[in-house]
Design a protein around this ligand. Sequence first.
Ligand code: SF4
Ligand code: SF4
Ligand code: SF4
Length: 777
Amino acid sequence: MSYGDIVRFEGDIKSMTSQLLKLKNVKISGTIKFGENTEEDDNWEPMGPTPMPKIPTLRHWDFKLLDRYPPFYMPICDLCCLCTFGKCDLSKGKKGACGLNIKAQQGRIVLIACCIGAACHTGHSRHLVHHLIETLGRDYPINLSNEIEVEAPIARTVTGIRPKTLGDLEKILDYCEEQITHLLSAAHTGQEGDYLDFESKALHAGMIDDLAREAGDIAQIVAYNMPKGNEDAPLIELGFGCIDKNKPVILCIGHNVVPGSYILEYLEENNLEDEIEVCGICCTAIDITRVSEKPKIVGPLSRQLMFVRCGVADVVVIDEQCIRTDILEEVLKTGAVLIATNEKMCLGLEDISHLSEDEIISYLIRNRAGLILDEEKVGKVAVEVAKLVAKERKNRKTLPDLNEVIELAKQCTECGWCNRNCPNAFNVKEAMVLAKHGNFEGFIDLYKKCYGCGRCETICERNLPIVSMTTKVGEAYYKDLKFRMRAGRGPIKDVEIRSVGAPIVFGDIPGVVAFVGCSNHPNGEEEVALMAKEFLERKYIVVATGCAAMAIGMWKDKDGKTLYEKYPGEFRAGGLVNCGSCLSNCHITGAAIKIANIFAKVPLRGNYAEVADYILNKVGAVGVAWGAMSQKAAAIATGVNRWGIPVIVGPHGAKYRRLYLSNGEKFKVKDKTTGEIVEIDPVPEHLIVTAENYKECICMIPKLCMRPNDTPKGRANKIYHYVDLYEKYFGRMPPDLEKFVRTEKDIPFMMKDKIMNYLEEKGWKPFEKYPKNPTIL
Ligand code: SF4
Ligand code: SF4
Ligand code: SF4
């Protein structure tokens, strides 16, 4: 039995005596709920049908989604090498030695990726919750302020638990870990064999990922007093140019806020806040700036290698996730000190956690790197080591100067392997050819787009330090790399949901667009900002998290303002909301769930399918993971899909091997009002889809925000943006527009003539009947 299991019982009592009653020879029957139940005396909502769902519990819902949006596989490799029965060639209809075919194998790979992602977020959240319980106690209350009563919409819906204390979050994570174990075991040789069941399991893993992130983010918000839905969260300095190189610099990389929080605490207690520069890369950067507005954000993951090579950081503190695995080698090359702080990334370093802080400081000065698993010690150690190391590193040169860049470029043989090995086929060779003659135009262009993976360097036959050369040129030519972004505000307030619920559900607000995920961008950060700008100007609600939230901040208009300075941080039409780090993605799904609950009164408790069905049919939201790279991104997108929210991934997203695409023909739904099965337009058309370039992505967004529930006015609003954007970026009408015009009332007034002409050419016919209350349940 596990938490929440409900069993029926029947039996006989021969004799029983208590203070209140005496029983003899009676039959009894009833239900018992097993496990520790914190909600026993809590009648906040009647329990729904699926609390703590197991793998098969929501399979019926998954199969409905997969029937409409069947998996479209793009195998990168048709060999399976997972066990010693193989390796097995699965091409051309062949089966592996275990009987597996290529489709099931692709489903299995997707499941494994989602399990890795879910395990990563669950491990991170467990680490946080465990640490916070040790320091604050199991009964530490969860209070996100009076303005957020639905504090954990995902936990309420999935588990039936309304967490009141940090201890309650442990129970949620117990459930997550149990499910991940079962899911991963299904990927073993000789277990699951059907591709749709692999997909259902991947969707389950995605949901677990969402749940675990919510537990982790709630824990850190309450424990560190991070913003609790504040639309006016402070503006934080962002970019290479913000870092004060005259001070000792501590750089935190990764996702776990705990070591960084101890550094900030030590600085505050010792009045050193103005003496030491603390900055971060990736989600740790976002989360330490939710603790205090003093630290600075260097930039997204893509800037990691470049910034380390700059040599600005005196101490680099790493925790977990998305850190370059060669970070030790790179940091040591600059003469800085590396402190690893997490058991998931020990890098072969000696564990020095048992030493006193002063002993650790001496050790690090001598050995330049160590593993400190007692995060509390990291505070003093990182600061004191930075002070000592900064003195000895003063004037240390880590990058070639511009003349040396020219001399290095002259060594280039123009073999072109760098271009071929670059994931984006950037023009590295061409940059070298120009630089040989002192022309840095090629490197200037490369600096904007390059995400510093270093693959060009590893293949270069002359071992040229291409990333260092690019970084030097960038440093010399981009003098104004100073931006601002709003600190992560966490959840959306209930009052905001109340005011936008109806306009979103009826389509008057044309959509909610969430820019999330990593920075594996095909053309640098700018495209994410340009996409966000387009939809802010059109009064969509724009939400962001993680590296995408930083990318949005790394663009300025002609007046030198970033989008965070131009648009309000409220969850409203034309608002730009930075929820926070990767963990905070849960608040985007959470907002959609809260619309179902607060606006439409759909009960949440253990009621997954009904809530997801509501979101699929009525909440016009779409996620954009333009630089999706990691297994965590696969899990996040798949989790979002299970809630009925479509996701667009950038061109690299195809490497996830699986999309969920409809055939674009009419869908069938049930009208809850009449019970009839009726045909509707194909909205939302796909669940996960790639866009080749940002213009294509921009044009997909308004289409994927359409829902069957749109009123004619709301649909006309969405169609207006779809047509207007298509004409703006492609100079013509959308080629599939006729599919989304249900009746003439859906046509925006200002476009009436041209759309009617277009529809006549296409032989369009209006729907005679359209459901008032669509459902696929
Ligand atoms: S898991 Fe199956 S398909 Fe893969 S190598 Fe083993 S036997 Fe072959
Ligand atoms: S470091 Fe930049 S240029 Fe080199 S391979 Fe990676 S993305 Fe391409
Ligand atoms: S791989 Fe190296 S030598 Fe070859 S073109 Fe690129 S930079 Fe030049």
